[in-house]
Design a protein around this ligand. Sequence first.
Ligand code: EPU
Length: 421
Amino acid sequence: MDKLLIQGGTPLTGEIAISGAKNAALPILCASLLSSEPLHLTNVPRLRDISTMLRLLAQMGVEVSDHGVDGLVLDSRGLNNPLAPYDMVKTMRAAILVLGPLLARHGEARVSLPGGCAIGARPVEQHIKGLQAMGAELRVEHGYIHATAGAVRRGLAGARIVTDMVTVTGTENLMMAAVLASGETIIENAAREPEVVDLANCLVSMGAQIAGAGTDKIRIQGVERLHGATHAIMADRIETGTYLCAAAATAGRIRLTNTSAAYLDAVVDKLFDAGCELVSERNAITLQAPPRLKAVSIRTSPYPAFPTDMQAQFMAINCVAEGSAVIRETIFENRFMHAVELIRLGADIRIDASNAMVTGVDHLDGATVMATDLRASASLVIAGLVAQGETLIERIYHLDRGYERIEEKLGQLGAHVTRVR
Ligand code: EPU
């Protein structure tokens, strides 16, 4: 298993380009299942989760052609095997996103039920409940969701769905199911995340009728069929935020291109409170860090509030800031696994249920630490960049799921990072 060796202590300086958003690309790849015409996607990040999703689609009969920098073309004319097997779902929970589109276009699906995950139980009953409201028949047997699109009505029918909580992939799955259902579907308490909007934009360019994406009430008027389209995946706001934190923690100055501060208000506000100067351009963002950051408290919530996917990175920057901060995680019940690893580097963190009290220390010391999930790994990279001496991060396959060419990009910013194979 690959490890990452970081020699800490160098302020990050320079410019890098941000990749396309993993969490927009994953549902959009699944949207290709909704049409028999090709979907051409650009700015697709080259990540492990993306290649897992492409393998999953390929074994369903989707033809994937890779045109390098010109993107990917997915052609699901030959879709013949509506199955998401356990082996793939267990490595990438986002595989659940094939359920809605398969039911809508193919009328049936067999998708392994995702198990628990390092950050929480993460059930999918809202996806199931919403699809049932649209007339689908679903039963769970031998660890698989067996779904058919309503034997009686022969196809999904529009419905009014109110989800019990804000769920990002739940909203995406239901939106993809609804675009080909008969009549109107209304999703209330919908996720407002920018990745939901990017998916809606792609679906609209394929001929779907969707209004209200980006608000908590999405209206979808079902259409007979979708056609092919070309779509550029939005920039990854979490990758952007992660590099901003890395520069902030190392007292650096960086410019990130192919991205913007547009969807990062909550994160940018906190970096500003921590003492950073930020300059936002249409397609770039520059951060100048102060010599020492001030501690900033955060509370995670659905968009547009502070994202849970940036919580671990802010814990890392608070470890070396002046003062104390409280970090409150409200989305996932077990998303503080990085804290114990940060403590191994010398951080002062006390956990009490879903609150973490972090008191900044003068310095961190390099050590061997273990990555437990994607964003936890990112926080360990940030801590390793600040720490004195060498930090060895084990199990970095988590990082490869969501950060494209991370050691290369950090190297471009002057960091001393090597992948140990
Ligand atoms: N939930 C339920 N039942 C459901 C659905 C969700 O109880 O049927 C709960 C979850 O357990 C969680 C909360 O609702 O406590 C919110 O979960 P959500 O469904 O929004 O999460 P997700 O769709 O599985 C996506 C991202 C995550 C990100 C969350 C929250 C993708 C592929 N994944 O997950 O990204 O943390 O939204 O914003 O879009 C990451 O990139 O590192 C990552 C984990």
